[in-house]
Every structure is written in C-alpha cells, then in structure tokens.
Design a protein around this ligand. Structure first.
Ligand code: HEC
Ligand code: HEC
Ligand code: HEC
Ligand code: HEC
Length: 268
C-alpha cells in the first residue's frame, strides 16, 4: 500500500516536469547524430544515453555505482573536482567544486557529457540489442559550434555559480536575491522526498513543465536552470530568458534571472 501511495503521490509531481517525449528531435536526442550511429537492432534508444530501467547488479564491469539516483546510466567523470566560480562580491561561501556529493549529481550528470571527458555513448549498461558509440565526445560533435563544452578541463570558474546552498542565511546576506521561503518563484526538490512548490507557479511551457527554476535539496545546480528534457525554451532553459519568447507571458526580459535575482538592491 505504501508503494502504491508513493507512486500515486509522485505521478503528478513528475508531470510538473513536462513531457519526456519532447527530447525527440532536440539536441538531447543523441540518436540523431550521424557520428554517433548505434549498432544493433534496437533502432536507436533515446533515454538509454542517460537512464536505464535495469542496471547491472553486483559490481564489476558494466555495473552502476551504488546510490546513483534516477536510474542514471551515463558514466560520470572520473575526476569530480572542479574549479568553482568565485568573485569578490559573492555573498555565498558555500560554492563547492567537489562534485562527488549527492546534491552535486544534478550538475555532475550534465558535466559527464558537457565537460568533454567522457564519450557521449559511454554508459554503465548498454541497452538491449544496441551498442552505443563509446569514442565520440562532445569535443568531436559540436554540431553548432564550440559552445557546448562547459567545464572543460574541470574549470567552472567562468560559469554561473553551481553547487552551493541558496537558503535564508544567504538571503539575509544578499538582499539582491529573492527569499526562497516566501517570495521566490522557485521549486524545491528534496532528495528522496516530495517536491514542494515554494510559490506554486501557474505558468507552464508547451510541454507542461512549470516555468520555475529548481533547487535540489536547497542547492543551485545545472538542472536548476535547465530542463534536459524540454527545449520549449531555447537552450533547455526552465524559464525563457528573452521577452520575445512566446512562453514568457510576463514579458519581462531575462525572466529566468529575475526568478532568483531582484533588481532592488545591488552590492548591499
Ligand atoms: C541527455 C540526458 C538525458 C536524456 C536523454 C533523458 N534524461 Fe531524464 N534526466 C536527465 C537528468 C540530468 C535528470 C535530472 C535533472 C532533472 O530532474 O531535470 C533527469 C531526470 C529524469 C526524471 C526525474 C525527474 C523528472 O523530470 O520527472 C525522469 C522521470 C526522467 N529523467 C525520465 C526520462 C525519460 C523517460 C527519458 C527518455 C524519453 C529521459 N529521461 C531522457 C537527463 C536525461
Ligand atoms: C548523454 C550526454 C548528455 C548529457 C548527460 C547532457 N547533455 Fe546537454 N547536450 C548533449 C549533446 C550531444 C548536445 C548537442 C551538442 C551539439 O549539438 O554540438 C547537448 C546540448 C545541450 C545544450 C544546448 C542546446 C541547444 O539548443 O543548442 C544545453 C543547454 C545542454 N545540452 C544542457 C545540458 C544540461 C544542463 C544537462 C544536465 C541537466 C545536460 N545538458 C546533460 C549531451 C548531453
Ligand atoms: C543560473 C542559471 C544557469 C545555470 C546554473 C547553468 N546554466 Fe547553462 N545556460 C544558462 C543560460 C541563460 C544559457 C543561455 C545562454 C545564452 O543564450 O547565451 C545557458 C546555456 C548553456 C549551454 C549552451 C551553450 C552556451 O554556453 O550558451 C550549455 C551547454 C549549458 N548552459 C550547460 C550548463 C551546465 C553544464 C551547467 C552546470 C555546470 C549550467 N549550464 C548551469 C543558464 C544557466
Ligand atoms: C536558481 C536561482 C538563480 C537563477 C535562475 C539565476 N541566479 Fe544568478 N545567482 C543566484 C545566487 C543565489 C547567486 C549567489 C549570490 C551571492 O552569493 O551573492 C547568484 C550569483 C550570480 C552572479 C555572481 C554575482 C557575484 O557577486 O559574483 C551573477 C553575475 C549572476 N548570478 C547572474 C545571473 C544571471 C545573468 C542569471 C540569468 C541568466 C542568473 N544569475 C540566474 C541564483 C540564481
């Protein structure tokens, strides 16, 4: 009964993240890249680059490290220490380049392809009847320019800070960001717990995903701003940045940024 109850509880929560079918034809549809051609007769498996329904059990070759969430299948980088963003005006002291922690999974999962260190088809378990290409990396792909390498050489110093805590203490130190507890249009996902809408959003994109950034267990990660399953907004963004975007009913430029940042006080 508990299992059934938790399934019922989780279904509408997942639905808030939109239709996974929207990956088809997007840059995250890795079955479409000619130099990634899959061999076998599985006709190209879309989700398998990132998730697998049944991981290899028991350790050894092809098995998934214990404790990975979301049935994760893409091999994670071996070196999980990154140079974090820093600046004299940053109020947070929690930005961490250590991507081996549970919260950091929501950045490390992206970096596993985007830092270029792991082949795009290097998965823990090959899907049935298909073999993914294990030599082509992000650096070899670059279908539309060299922009997609983020964290190259384990360097995140020129990327919006990720892997840090966004909580009441930070809000007290920086009145240029919204209070996540009351005002911010941000969603919280606690690891292993239910998703709660801090300020329930009414806006949804064309794929049913709520137009809100997400904090993972109170932390900002790559997937706070990006939804890897939906390109309803350019660049897989959870909230469109441009006011010209049809999804942006509020018609505020840089809407994504202003979900967390306020323009009230600078350099407080
Ligand atoms: C390019 C990699 C990638 C592909 C392909 C991908 N996912 Fe995901 N998926 C992720 C990442 C990263 C997360 C964690 C971040 C998040 O929750 O948005 C995730 C989270 C999820 C979640 C949990 C959160 C949610 O949004 O409901 C589900 C369920 C899921 N994926 C299903 C799928 C299915 C089904 C497919 C294939 C149709 C798929 N994914 C394809 C990367 C991918
Ligand atoms: C399995 C590998 C893989 C994973 C995991 C992955 N990506 Fe990607 N991503 C790609 C590929 C391949 C492209 C297309 C590259 C190209 O066209 O040169 C891409 C493109 C993108 C783009 C550009 C979209 C556009 O319209 O040009 C963004 C943004 C992006 N990914 C963000 C993310 C984020 C954030 C995550 C984690 C939540 C993530 N990706 C996880 C493989 C991956
Ligand atoms: C604070 C929000 C935010 C976070 C956190 C974030 N991104 Fe982005 N990302 C953006 C925005 C906005 C764009 C679109 C930039 C543009 O239009 O030039 C973007 C663009 C991208 C692109 C497309 C290429 C490019 O550089 O324009 C990739 C790939 C990408 N992000 C990956 C990542 C990865 C990997 C992480 C984590 C290390 C991450 N992002 C964290 C907001 C974010
Ligand atoms: C999920 C919430 C969130 C989103 C969305 C977001 N930010 Fe941030 N950003 C933060 C937080 C929190 C900090 C850390 C503030 C601090 O410590 O003073 C930060 C830091 C920054 C900094 C560094 C400030 C410094 O003093 O060095 C800049 C610049 C910035 N963000 C710009 C942007 C832009 C531009 C966008 C939109 C593309 C954006 N942010 C989207 C939460 C967010």
């Amino acid at each position: 009964m508990l299992v059934v109850a938790s399934l019922l509880l989780s279904l509408p929560l997942f639905a808030q993240d939109g239709d996974k079918g929207q990956i088809l034809g997007s840059p995250h549809d890795l079955t479409t890249y000619a130099n990634l051609a899959q061999t076998g007769n599985g006709n190209g498996q879309l989700c398998a680059y990132c998730h697998i329904p049944h991981a290899v059990q028991g350790g050894g070759a092809g098995s998934t490290p214990a404790g990975l969430p979301l049935l994760w299948n893409h091999q994670l980088p071996t070196n999980t220490t990154y140079t974090p963003y820093s600046s004299a005006t940053l109020k947070t002291t929690t930005v961490s380049g250590d991507m081996s922690t549970p919260n950091a999974f929501y950045s490390l999962a992206c970096l596993s392809c985007h830092d270029g260190s792991v082949a795009l088809g290097a998965v823990y378990r090959m899907p049935d009847n298909d073999t993914l290409n294990t030599t082509v990396t992000m650096a070899n792909l670059q279908a539309d320019g060299p922009m997609h390498l983020v964290g190259l050489g384990n360097n995140l110093s020129q990327t919006h800070p990720v892997n840090f805590t966004y909580d009441a203490t930070l809000v007290a130190a920086d009145s240029g960001i919204w209070n996540v507890g009351t005002a911010a249009n941000i969603r919280q996902i606690g690891l292993g717990t239910a998703l709660t809408a801090v300020r329930p959003g009414t806006q949804a994109d064309a794929n049913g995903a709520l137009l809100q950034p997400i904090l993972f267990n109170g932390t900002v990660q790559c997937a706070s701003c990006h939804n890897p399953h939906s390109e309803a907004s350019l660049d897989f963004l959870r909230v469109p940045v441009a006011s010209t975007n049809a999804n942006n009913t509020a018609a505020v430029p840089s809407l994504l940024c202003l979900k967390c940042h306020s323009t009230n006080v600078l350099y407080n």
